[in-house]
Design a protein around this ligand. Structure first.
Ligand SMILES: [Fe+2]
Ligand SMILES: [Fe+2]
Length: 323
């Protein structure tokens, strides 16, 4: 496997430091060589960009080990990337999704260190993403396409946030509420970092004791987040209530009906939908259509019916194809 990965020229923002070295691929006497083009601590200037355009070079390369720092760079420049009219919605949606993926990976790998900074990064990502969704009419379908097929806590968290933002827009939430919902989505399973992996990824049925441990993750999540003043109460509702069922049979508090905050009711629907439309170690992903059928036939009690119907309507034509 090559130690280098291609990136596109258009993913770079001029007059910025990329933070990792950029290479060009050269063919020399039949050999492939990667030649340093711009060091990570140098400015990717207008002049450098001009040289690439002159030579018609669309692809640059970074070392595989620098992939995370490249997405960190994109995260920092997300606002400019999303405002750039030359970039397609597909490209923007990829950047939106991948930056969040690395951000949440960072957050979940060690939530005890620098949580304030990470929450600030999450807030900034949500601000930019909300802005993108509100202003680009193609954002909806292109973002829906980039959600993950495989389940990991971090991809699942990004999926929940993206789906919640799109659905929140669909039901006309105002900007402040959208942002709270989006942040709640990114953070909702943060408590899972406290659950042993062999329980979290167990292929077979969980024992009663194991399930009791899993059931603690909403409260553990709140433990991490409760003293962070930058997080709105409403975002915390997503964290604590996303496993509460509408008929009161959920956890951790077994509350039901409208005692569950709107964000809790929304996240319950989206959390189940994402969990069953992604590949798990114990079951293969259902298609969106089959997922909605299963949710309406076997899990009716979990959801507020009006909201669930709205969710089906929201996915509409998107439920026929792949997720
Ligand atoms: Fe959860
Ligand atoms: Fe979840």
């Amino acid at each position: 496997m090559s130690n280098y990965i291609a990136i596109t020229r258009s993913s770079l923002v001029e007059e910025t430091k990329v933070g990792c070295d950029l290479y060009l691929k050269n063919h020399i006497n039949g050999d492939i060589r990667y030649v340093l083009f711009c060091r990570g601590d140098e400015i990717y200037s207008k002049a450098r960009k001009g040289r690439l355009i002159e030579q018609n070079i669309e692809k640059l390369f970074i070392r595989t080990v620098d992939y995370a720092s490249y997405f960190r760079y994109q995260e920092k420049n997300l606002q400019d990337i999303l405002a750039d009219e030359k970039r397609s919605s597909e490209e923007k949606s990829h950047v939106v999704y991948n930056t969040a993926k690395y951000l949440v990976q960072d957050l979940l790998s060690d939530p005890r260190s620098g949580l304030n900074t990470k929450v600030k990064r999450a807030t900034k990502w949500v601000d930019n993403t909300v802005n993108y969704i509100l202003h680009d009419k193609n954002a909806f379908s292109s973002l829906l396409k980039v959600t993950s097929h495989d389940y990991y806590t971090y991809t699942h968290s990004v999926d929940i946030s993206v789906l919640a933002l799109l659905f929140g827009r669909h039901i006309h939430l105002d900007i402040h509420n959208l942002k709270c919902l989006g942040i709640g989505g990114l953070l909702h399973d943060i408590g899972k970092v406290e659950i042993p992996l062999d329980i979290l990824n167990k292929p077979g049925k969980l024992t009663k004791g194991e399930f009791e441990i899993i059931k603690k993750h909403p409260e553990m999540g709140i433990e991490f987040l409760k003293e962070k003043e930058d997080i709105d109460e409403k975002s915390l509702e997503v964290v604590i209530q996303h496993h509460e069922n509408y008929d009161g049979t959920g956890y951790p508090n077994g509350i039901g009906g409208k005692d569950i905050h709107l964000f809790g009711r929304i996240s319950r629907v989206i959390d189940v939908y994402d969990a069953i439309t992604t590949n798990r170690c114990y079951r293969k992903a259902l298609t969106p259509y089959d997922a909605l059928v299963e949710m309406s036939e076997k899990m009716e009690n979990c959801f507020e019916q009006e909201l669930f119907k709205e969710f089906v309507y929201f996915l509409g034509p998107h439920s026929q194809g792949e997720k």
